[in-house]
Design a protein around this ligand. Sequence first.
Ligand code: SF4
Length: 452
Amino acid sequence: MENLSERHEEKFIFLETFGCQMNENDSDRMLGFLKDIKYTRTDRPENADLIIINTCSIRDKAEQKVYSTLGRFRELKKERPWLIIGVSGCVAQQEGAALLKRAPYLDIVLGPHNIHKLKGYLNEVSLERKRVVSTELYDSIEFGEYSYTPVQTGIKAFVSIMRGCNNFCSYCIVPYTRGREVSRQVSDIVEEVVRLARSGVKEVTLIGQNVNSYGGGGLEFPGLLREVARVACIERVRFITSHPKDISEELIYLFKYEPKLCRHIHLPAQSGSDEILKRMRRGYSIEEYRAKVEKIKGLYPDFAITTDIIVGFPGESDLDFERTMELIESVRFDNIFSFMYSPRPKTKAAVMDGHVPLEIRSERLRILQEKQRDITLKRSLELAGKKVEVLVEGRSKGSGLEISGRTSCNRIVNFPGPEDLTGCLAEVVITDVFPNSLRGELVKPFGRNNLN
Ligand code: SF4
């Protein structure tokens, strides 16, 4: 096999990402590292010199998807013998060398802690004809892990502030695939945000499995938020995910004083039943959860609150499910991300008794989602006729005549306007409400972007 770096100047990477924002961020980092060695992203795998599938194993379906996706690329390797194929992310971490056995045309298996080593591995594969498995988990952040060149991301970017999780919820595979919790240093994070702001980013979302337990360089999470909000040209700061047991009073009150903090919080409840929460090892009761939500709603009536719900967890009775329905009806979440429970290897829940049959799980999911669709629409209708602040993201995908952006509470708004408002905050009055978006009319832009 030839050395890719000598074959031709420009090389192409086809990168497919499954799963959560952590994976999106890992993909951006991979593209950033590869940019330094002249890789350009392509959406055509048949043109690629390198194909990477960045995988998720949080649910069983996502994992099966990886194997079928890999199969699609097998033939390409015969036509392009220099093609390197890699699998990264949680399935890579979970399966390790077994993946190489199952897919003999696969070259690299890359766990989430080893992304920054990708450049080196490419040469090992092309020069030394090695097949690489790199799935070590580290309990500290290695030098250079986040020193990547930002790729053109538009006006929004995710910034990883920590990795791993110490919570070991009984259904979750994350502590096994992403290791224990480690926080990045504040200075490192702020430097990355400054780099992103210089490349035109206006909104950053700080991400971690449990951002509320952040602790890097002597600062807790509210302190980090203050530092990031200070970065010039960053207009908005979001964060995800908050663990209900760890969200602090200090954080809740910070929204009063930090205008750049978006009016949205994602607070995964997972279930409305105390019995199920105990089996899930979530560390809070439903009363404690409700008290935090009520506090936020009382202080900030304009806030959007979203949540995650798992239905059909082992042992979930009809009564437990009713409790979950009561929770979503009484809180009236702006949106929920709902899933059927699926057992994951190594987790405690996988070996619990009381597994709920598939038909019951899927019926509960249907009932829950139908109810939530109605609530989401009603919550959106409350915005009709109101003026909202929108950060313009560009031309609307649905209509070429409109531009599109999001409110601070994270709703999509389309409205007629010039594309050069991209990156600007604009005041928009809401005229129409649809199930998944809003339409409005421009009242006035607040300022020019600094993209041009
Ligand atoms: S808090 Fe629980 S669900 Fe979330 S990543 Fe950690 S172990 Fe998984």
